[in-house]
Ligand binder design. Structure first.
Ligand SMILES: [Zn+2]
Length: 299
C-alpha cells in the first residue's frame, strides 16, 4: 500500500490548484496537512470534492511564528477545523517534523481527537528511508513517567520529502523504498509539498513517475485517514475460536470486507493438513516461519 501527504506551508492557492490538477492526472487521492492560516475557503471545497483528506499541520517552529505547547496545538487545530469546515480531523504532521520530549505530542493528539500522526519522518538532507524502523502504522508507547502506557493515536512515518529538489532524495530512492515496504506488507509514505509541485517542474515530473512506478508495481494509494480506519478495524479483529476443521471464528472485524486470517497448520502441507470449509478461499503460505492456511472471512 502507498500514501502521499502534502504540507501546505506557504499556503498559496495557486500551489493547491496545481496540486489538484496533478493529482487528478495521476489518479491518486492524498492527505493535505494544512498549516494556519491555510488556503481560501473555495480551495477546501475542491479538495474535498476530489476525495482528498484535509488534515492538520501543527506549527511549533518559532522562526515561522509557531510555538510548542498544548494550548497552541489546540488553538491552531481549532482555527484550521473552522477554516476547513470540519468537525473531525484525523491526521496531523508537525511542520518541519519539529518535536520535543517524548509524550507531549501524542498526548495532545489524544486530547484533541487526532487519530493518526505522521511527524516521524525526514527533514534534513540525506535523512531519508526507514528512519524510525518501520513502515507500519504503530501505537506509540509513553515514557516511564506515564508507566509506558500506549496512546490512542497511531503513528504513520514517512520516508522522504519531495524527490528532486536537491534537499532530500533523488528519484533513485523510489524503488528501494517500494521494495522494502513490499517485503513487509507496509505503507510507502512519501511527502510532496504543494510548493514544489507548483514551482518545480522536475519535482512534478518525478512525482508523476513515482506514482506510475508504484501503481505499476501493484501499490494502491489510500489517504492517511483511510489507513487509520482500516488499521483500527484490523486491530479490532479477534480470533475467538478455531473449530475441528481449523476454521477460525473472528469477532470485531465488521468494518473489513474479506478479512484474511492466517491459521497456523499443525502439520506441514502434504502431510494430511486440514482443508478449508466450502465457501472459503484456501492457500498455504509461510508466515513468520510457520506454514499457515489462508482463510478469507466473508461478511
Ligand atoms: Zn511544513
Amino acid at each position: 500500500m502507498a500514501t502521499v501527504s502534502h504540507d501546505s506551508d506557504t499556503n498559496e492557492d495557486e500551489q493547491a490548484e496545481t496540486t489538484l490538477r496533478v493529482l487528478a492526472e495521476c489518479g491518486v487521492r492524498t492527505t493535505w496537512c494544512m498549516i494556519e492560516p491555510g488556503y481560501s475557503p473555495a480551495i477546501y471545497d475542491k479538495v474535498k470534492q476530489a476525495g482528498h483528506e484535509l488534515a492538520f499541520h501543527y506549527n511549533a517552529l518559532e522562526k515561522d511564528g509557531g510555538k510548542w505547547g498544548a494550548g497552541e496545538f489546540g488553538r491552531q487545530l481549532a482555527v484550521m477545523k473552522q477554516a476547513m469546515g470540519l468537525e473531525r480531523v484525523v491526521t496531523n504532521k508537525n511542520h518541519y517534523t519539529r518535536m520535543e520530549g517524548w509524550n507531549e505530542l501524542y498526548e495532545w493528539c489524544d486530547n484533541n481527537g487526532i487519530e493518526m500522526d505522521q511527524t516521524r519522518g525526514s527533514s534534513k538532507r540525506g535523512n531519508v528511508g526507514f528512519l524510525f524502523g518501520t513502515c507500519h502504522a504503530f501505537v506509540p508507547i509513553a515514557w516511564h513517567t506515564a508507566r509506558n502506557r500506549t496512546f490512542r493515536v497511531l503513528e504513520l512515518p514517512f520516508f522522504s520529502s519531495d524527490m528532486g529538489t536537491g534537499t532530500w532524495a533523488d528519484a533513485s530512492i523510489a524503488n528501494p523504498i517500494l521494495s522494502g515496504v513490499e517485503r513487509v506488507e507496509g505503507v510507502a509514505h512519501i511527502l510532496f509539498h504543494q510548493y514544489h509541485l507548483h514551482y518545480n517542474d522536475h519535482v512534478r515530473q518525478l512525482f508523476c513517475q513515482y506514482i506510475e512506478t508504484a501503481q505499476s508495481r501493484g501499490f494502491a494509494f489510500w489517504t492517511a485517514a483511510e489507513i487509520n480506519d482500516w488499521t483500527r478495524a484490523r486491530r479490532s479483529a479477534n480470533v475467538t475460536d478455531i473449530d475441528e476443521h481449523g476454521e477460525a471464528a473472528v469477532s470485531g472485524s465488521v468494518a473489513i470486507r474479506d478479512l484474511v486470517v492466517w491459521v497456523p497448520l499443525a502439520e506441514r502441507p502434504g502431510e494430511g493438513a486440514g482443508t478449508g470449509r466450502q465457501g472459503t478461499d484456501t492457500d498455504i503460505a509461510l508466515k513468520l516461519g510457520v506454514p499457515c492456511r489462508k482463510q478469507v472471512c466473508r461478511a
